[in-house]
Write a protein that binds this ligand. Structure first.
Ligand code: BES
Ligand code: ZN
Ligand code: ZN
Length: 513
């Protein structure tokens, strides 16, 4: 089995024009009237080739576009890739992250092992240089990722290691870029770990293996520990939700708990992250149509995001206590499966009337939420590929965000903007919560035909009770939307890792509470 492409990021103080590399990536704005100094210098060496490309209109500096020019021995770089940054006045950190991802994606396609990134050099002082280093590193990891561990080696095999040098000739900038890129590399690496967990097929990544992955990561990471409740322990603890959903599969359900305890925490309590790790969602007895059912191996993306986020925050040594609860199960039809009509008693003691076995995510998360509350976590944030209805509501561009605390919603919205992992606030509670009340149990697991993302969230809200809680429905963010396909590969995008890390980094910066 081949390994996922390795990435090495360095920051080097050097001159852009003479630096020896397979591929030099330079940023270029759509609305600049004339070439800035870096492009001008390169253009001089290349006998006006850059001016020519722009004049011919072959490249306009639009976001997610490029033009490739060959150095022909006149520059240190064998190839120069102009990468569009869009309009200068619309520039954000995410533009830079996207450009770096675009560059790394192209580099892997071109099989260039050594690349130099001078994307930031055309930008000027409006954007913080440390943050720039972070997003460039995040982008390089994001764009270079490929999920091809089961693909046989071919002669034209892809690169094994991508060496990406962020280059600048100013010492002060180099130091800031070093600081930022070290953070970005940790986050980018963790995000790719989450992607691999989500991408692996259910015959190799079943609940027990998800837990094993969490254990493996914890054993290699300082201040991170892992406890796993296997099927027998779930039964002893009466975690009825996780048991019911997972009992129909020969790969039995389990719960993995990752605890990150730094020496000092900036908050008194512990943040709880809860992830849906549904290793394969066939729908169970309420079976799904076969078209695209294979995609349901990625129904563990929420759990994967939580595992990735825990790895990142531990590597970053953030001063915040965090506990992650990963609810892992396979939803399979069979003689032992739970059925429509069943009434199950969850860990919280609340009972659920099952009306559709395909609405299983909320059932397993109810036990995760109850366990987090029992362990005094607050706030708690769950993440799940929960409803097709959320995709209907928001399309594939944003995850749904619901919750019972305005400040928590605001903090997550801010983290979403920073991390470039967009969310949109949707309603929950009140009338939506009334829709999931049952006549013969405390709750039923589906509401009406309408507003399914909000009724699902409200179902979870019933288990959160008064504990500050937020819910991320990332069903639409399981794999890349069309715009993202231009900067990364198919399959999981590891949504949620950057968002959680940004949220927790901000929390660490707030005054002690
Ligand atoms: N895992 C699915 C939701 C999903 C659908 C995620 C498509 C990603 C892409 C979830 O378990 C599910 O099946 N939900 C049902 C709920 C319904 C039965 C109330 C759905 O959305 O159809
Ligand atoms: Zn389902
Ligand atoms: Zn599901």
């Amino acid at each position: 089995m081949r390994e996922i492409i390795k990435v090495k990021i360095t920051v080097q103080k050097t001159d852009t024009v003479s630096f020896k590399t397979d591929l030099l990536c330079v940023g270029c704005f759509a609305d600049d009237k004339k070439l800035d100094s870096v492009l001008r210098q390169l253009d001089g060496k290349l006998s006006g080739a850059i001016q020519q490309v722009l004049k011919l209109g072959d490249f306009k500096g639009k976001e997610k576009s490029h033009s490739l020019i060959y150095g022909s021995g006149k520059t240190g770089a064998k190839r120069i890739m102009l990468i569009g940054l869009g309009d200068r006045k619309k520039l954000t950190l995410d533009t830079i992250r996207t450009a770096a991802s675009y560059a790394a994606n192209q580099a892997v396609n071109l099989k260039t092992k050594n690349i130099a990134l001078a994307l930031h050099q055309t930008i000027g002082n409006e954007i913080d240089v440390t943050d720039t280093g972070q997003v460039v590193a995040e982008g390089v990891y994001f764009g270079s990722y490929r999920y091809d561990e089961f693909l046989g080696d071919s002669e034209n095999g892809r690169i094994e290691l991508l060496n990406a040098a962020i280059i600048d000739d100013n010492l002060a900038s180099v130091n800031k870029l070093k600081q930022g890129s070290a953070i970005g590399a940790i986050i980018g690496n963790a995000q790719n770990i989450a992607r691999t967990i989500a991408n692996r097929p259910a015959n190799t990544m079943y609940p027990e293996i998800v837990a094993q992955e969490a254990k493996k990561i914890a054993s290699k990471t300082k201040n991170l520990s892992c406890t796993v409740f296997n099927y027998n322990q779930l039964k002893k603890k009466k975690m009825g939700g996780l048991i019911a959903v997972g009992q129909g599969s020969s790969h039995k359900p389990c719960m993995a708990i990752l605890r990150y305890k730094p020496k000092q925490s900036k908050i008194k309590g512990t943040v709880g992250l809860i992830g849906k790790a549904l290793c394969f969602d066939s729908g169970g007895i309420s079976i799904k149509p076969s078209d695209k059912m294979d995609q349901m191996k990625m129904d563990k993306s929420g759990g994967a995001a939580v595992i990735g986020a825990m790895k990142a925050i531990a590597d970053l040594k953030l001063p915040i206590n965090v506990t992650a609860v990963i609810c892992a199960a396979e939803n399979a039809p069979g003689g032992d499966s739970y059925r429509p009509g069943d009434i199950i008693t969850t860990y919280s003691k609340k009972t659920i009337e099952v009306l559709n076995t395909d609405a299983e995510g909320r059932i397993i998360l109810s036990d995760g939420i109850a366990y987090a509350i029992e362990n005094k976590c607050e706030p708690i944030i769950d993440i799940a590929t929960l409803t097709g209805a959320c995709m209907v509501a928001l399309g594939l561009y944003k995850a749904g965000l619901m919750g019972n605390d305005d400040d928590l919603i605001k903090d997550l919205q801010a983290a979403a903007v920073q991390s470039g992992e967009p969310v949109w606030h949707l309603p929950s509670g009140n009338e939506y919560a009334d829709e999931v009340k049952s006549k013969i149990a405390d709750l039923k697991n589906i509401g009406s035909r309408y507003g399914g993302a909000s009724t699902a969230a409200s179902f979870l809200g019933e288990f959160a009770g008064k504990t500050k809680w937020a819910h991320l429905d990332m069903a639409g963010k399981m794999d890349p939307s069309d715009p993202l396909k231009k900067i990364t590969t198919d399959g999981s995008i590891g949504f949620g890792v950057r968002l959680f890390v940004a949220y927790l980094m901000n929390l660490a910066k707030k005054p002690k509470r």
